[in-house]
Design a protein around this ligand. Sequence first.
Ligand code: DAH
Length: 342
Amino acid sequence: MTQQLKEILEKLDDLKKKFLKDISEAKNDTDLENIRIQYLGRKSEIAAFFNLMGKIHSDERPEMGKHLNILKKYVQETFDNAAEQLKPKATSHEFFDISLPGIPASVGTKHPLNQVLDEIKEIFASLGFTIEDGPELETDYYNFEALNIPENHPSRDLQDTFYINEKLLLRTHTSPVQIRTMERMSPPVRMIAPGKCYRKDAPDATHSPVFHQVEGLCVDEGITFADLKGVITAFARKLFGANVKIRFRPSFFPFTEPSAEYDFSCVMCNGKGCSVCKGSGWLEISGAGMVDPAVFNFVGYDSEKYTGYAFGMGVERIAMLKYQIDDIRIFYENDLRFLNQF
Ligand code: DAH
C-alpha cells in the first residue's frame, strides 16, 4: 500500500469519527440538514474523496473505492437512523384526541321474524317444551310418508314441492321433525320445532316460497284434546294478551285425527270485525289435532298406550299480526328503513 493510500484511509477514519460526533450532537432538523449537506451532499467531503479517485494509482483504486463505499453506506445508514430517532413521536394528543366524540358503530337489530321466533320459543320453553331441530333438505319419507300422507295426496304435487330428486326435497312443513323426534326419544315428548319451510308459491302479499313454521308435539299417556286447547290458549294469551279468544274448527290433516284449524280473535279489532279479519273477527293461525295412531305406528310408539296432540303455526303470519304488517315480502327485502323499526 502506498503512503498516499494510507493517508487517505486515515483521513477517512477521521472523517468517520467527526461524523459520528456531529450526528450524536444533532438536536433538530436544522442540525440534521447541515450534517446531510456536509457528509452526504454533492459537495460533501465524501464526494471530494470520490473525486480524488482519479488521482491515485490505478492499482489502488479498487481498494480505495471499497473503503469509500463502505464509509458512504455507513454514513447514510447512521444518518437515516438518527433522523428517524429525531422525528416527532406520535404522542396521543397529536394523533388521537380522546375528547373527540367517537365514530358511532351502527349496531344491527334482530330481524323481526327472529324476534317473534324467540318469543314463541320462550313461551313454549316456559310451558316445558323442548326445542328440536330437523333438516331443511328432507326425504320423502319424513316429509310425507311417515306423516301418513298418501302417495296421491295433493301436497305431494310437483307444483307445491321443490323436489331435489325422487327421494329428496325441501321440506314443505316442519311436521317431519315430529317423526325425527319420536324416533329419537320415547314418551313423554313435549317439543316444538321452529324452522324454514319451502313451497312453490309465487310471492305475493301473503305467500313466500320460503317461510317459517313452528311445529308442536306432545305425547304421553292420557293426553287429550283439552290439553291441546289449554296449551294453545296459554300461548295465545302470552303472545297477544289476556283478552284474546281461541276457536277450533273441524278440519282434516292426514297425520292428525281428529284434526282442527285454530283461529285467534282478531288482534286488530278485538273481534269486532275489521279489514284485517275481513269482518269476521277471527284470524286463522294454523292446523292442529290429535296424533293419528298411524303416525305412532311409523315411529314404533304403542298407540294403545299413548296419545298426543300436534299443532303447527306460521311465524310470518304471527309476526304480521303482532306488528300489523300487511305484506309478507317486506320481511325478506332487507330494507333498513323497515328493519330499523324493530
Ligand atoms: N303441517 C301443516 C301445514 O304445513 C300444519 C299442521 C297441521 C301441523 C296440523 C300440525 C298439525 O302439527 O297437527 O300446513
